[in-house]
Design a protein around this ligand. Structure first.
Ligand SMILES: *[C@@H]1O[C@H](CO)[C@@H](O)[C@H](O)[C@H]1NC(C)=O
Ligand SMILES: *[C@@H]1O[C@H](CO)[C@@H](O)[C@H](O)[C@H]1NC(C)=O
Ligand SMILES: *[C@@H]1O[C@H](CO)[C@@H](O)[C@H](O)[C@H]1NC(C)=O
Ligand SMILES: *[C@@H]1O[C@H](CO)[C@@H](O)[C@H](O)[C@H]1NC(C)=O
Ligand SMILES: *[C@@H]1O[C@H](CO)[C@@H](O)[C@H](O)[C@H]1NC(C)=O
Length: 506
């Protein structure tokens, strides 16, 4: 495209001498000349704009807004294999009226990094984390580089890196220099107890999609926020819109008064237990659940007809259950306006700690699940306004506190707080490669390419990031945990009471 415009500009330059020959003509001609010169200037400006500002864009575009768009430049990338350098490196046009405090769950960033608060993070600690990492991400002067150690399953690594790359495009000049290890597998790796015994180099900081209370791992948003092509899950921003639309289709009260789940039960024993609660699993027993086994291979063959997220909000209750570790389905399930029956989890994602039992979900025991589910559904159908409130609270949490802007803000604050702890200057290892959106998308195709194009950040935001809330003090953390335990115990008491009475009746 660039060459095309250069040629166009050259051909205009060739007209230049002919302007001089208009001298001997009189008034009429002078007008013509004026028009011509104006036209010429106009075209020069157009050429200039095209070359230096909108290079790569097919049609000259005069934008009235201050926002300049920076689309992908795959033609240039294809020729030079070097990352474009026209993207802004600083952040201006800031809208300072938009100050707001980040959602409460951001405060857990301080908790996740607390183990390093005393010692800082040394290079030795980072190198210990390498043992389990898929890649090392280095950010230097606003540019991202990656050193790859091994391939992740599917394209988790690609979409995770894509996410960090888009963060850099959203907030140029704001992301500090960092060096971090990222592991794209499911389960947390580094047990807390092991790393505080001396002598050792100290706790390794490893970025993961989920962690648990016994692990050191630092949680970061998973790849699916930018899309999961292997299961046809579109980027979060688009899915969220679809779910909002889907929610309008059926009023909560008109939804099927049972609990819905669709998934693959073979990934964990607790899921295998869950499907035993299905209707018709046991003769003459209906636990009020409707469970569907997802066969991903058949779904991919049939164009994912049954797995549209927005079509799954037609039941009054939805079940969330972990798989081999946390499940990506969590955010989709909880956005449905139907209360989530949340089977006691072991793991947490970066946002899960912002939700509380009875406020955002209904807790379900993982032992004696069927009875627990049956009670919850009956309770909800007896107390519809309370049930509806729970469903709406989790939808609000997911749709507002977890909109894509906050996902990026979370990453920004996580990297900023992490960078403050680094005791060494990040450097480029010899085999690191520079990342830019072009290097990731231009050779991709199909859904992989489309999802990246759809989640591309086209220009820096004009909004300031939300303000990071302060760390919790220990008594508040204790109060939050006690509150959760109390709510869960409360539900278990109601449940026990109910089933005791059922037995008496029989
Ligand atoms: C890059 O160039 C090759 C060969 O010239 C061509 O086949 C391919 O389609 C181009 N890719 C893009 C993204 O333009
Ligand atoms: C369960 O069995 C009943 C009676 O046999 C049948 O009508 C119903 O469709 C079955 N439900 C499901 C979800 O398979
Ligand atoms: C595969 O999917 C199609 C379309 O969704 C469905 O009709 C069919 O029953 C499924 N087959 C199996 C074996 O699950
Ligand atoms: C729901 O209401 C029915 C009828 O009042 C009652 O028999 C049942 O025990 C209630 N169930 C729960 C879980 O509240
Ligand atoms: C504990 O729960 C109560 C009532 O559910 C609530 O008002 C209070 O704010 C909670 N405290 C904390 C620290 O979450």
């Amino acid at each position: 495209m660039k060459d095309l415009y250069k040629d166009k500009c050259k051909s205009i330059n060739r007209f230049r001498p002919s302007i001089g020959h208009q001298n001997n003509a009189i008034t009429r001609l002078l007008v013509l000349v004026a028009v011509f010169v104006l036209g010429f200037m106009f075209m020069m400006v157009t050429c200039w704009l095209n070359l230096y500002m909108f290079s790569g864009q097919p049609i000259p575009k005069f934008q009235t807004k201050e926002v300049h768009d920076f689309p992908l430049e795959c033609l240039a990338w294809n020729k030079t294999l070097s990352c474009p350098n026209n993207y802004p490196t600083t952040h201006d046009n800031l809208d300072h009226s938009s100050f707001n405090t980040c959602p409460e769950y951001f405060r857990w960033i301080h908790e996740d990094l607390r183990r390093w608060r005393g010692t800082g993070i040394t290079r030795d600690m980072v190198e210990v984390a390498k043992r389990s990492a898929h890649f090392r991400l280095i950010i230097l002067d606003g540019k991202a580089y990656v050193e790859t150690f091994r391939k992740s399953i599917q394209t988790r690594d690609l979409f995770t890196l894509w996410g960090f790359q888009q963060l850099l495009r959203l907030y140029p000049g704001r992301i500090p220099d960092v060096e971090l290890m990222f592991d794209c597998d499911d389960r947390p790796v580094f047990n807390i107890k092991q790393y505080f015994r001396r002598p050792n180099p100290g706790p390794p900081p490893l970025f993961k999609y989920c962690s648990d209370p016994w692990s050191l791992d630092i949680v970061s948003p998973d790849w699916s926020f930018w899309g999961w092509p292997e299961t046809n899950l579109k980027p979060w921003e688009m899915t969220l819109k679809d779910i909002k639309e889907g929610n309008k289709r059926v009023n909560w009260k008109d939804r099927i008064p049972f609990a819905y789940w669709r998934g693959n039960p073979s990934v964990s024993p607790v899921r295998a237990d869950l499907v035993k609660c299905n209707v018709n699993n046991t003769h003459n027993v209906d636990w009020d659940t409707r469970l569907f086994i997802q066969d991903w291979i058949n779904e991919s063959v049939h164009g994912y007809k049954n797995s549209n997220i927005e079509d799954q909000c037609t039941y009054r209750y939805k079940i969330y259950i972990e798989g081999w570790s946390w499940s990506v389905s969590e955010k989709y399930i909880m956005a449905c306006d139907s209360p989530t029956l949340y089977i006691t989890p072991r793991f947490y994602t970066f946002f899960a700690r912002g939700m509380s039992p009875l406020q955002h979900f209904w807790p379900i025991r993982s032992t004696d699940m069927c009875k627990s589910l049956k009670f919850a559904i009956e309770w909800g159908n007896n107390h519809t306004s309370k049930a509806q409130e729970i469903g709406e609270a989790s939808s609000r949490f997911i749709q507002e506190d977890m909109k894509m802007e906050y996902v990026y803000d979370y990453m920004l604050h996580l990297l900023t707080e992490y960078a403050k702890l680094l005791k060494f200057k990040p450097t480029l290892p010899p085999n690191a490669v520079e990342l830019c959106s072009e290097s990731m998308v231009c050779f991709a195709d199909g859904k992989w390419r489309r999802f990246m194009e759809d989640s591309l950040v086209r220009y820096p935001t004009s909004a300031t990031p939300c303000t990071m809330p302060p760390p919790y003090d220990p008594t508040t953390i204790k109060a939050i945990i006690d509150n959760r335990t109390r709510a869960i115990k409360q539900v278990e008491m109601w449940e026990d009471e109910y089933w005791k009475n059922q037995h008496l009746k029989h």
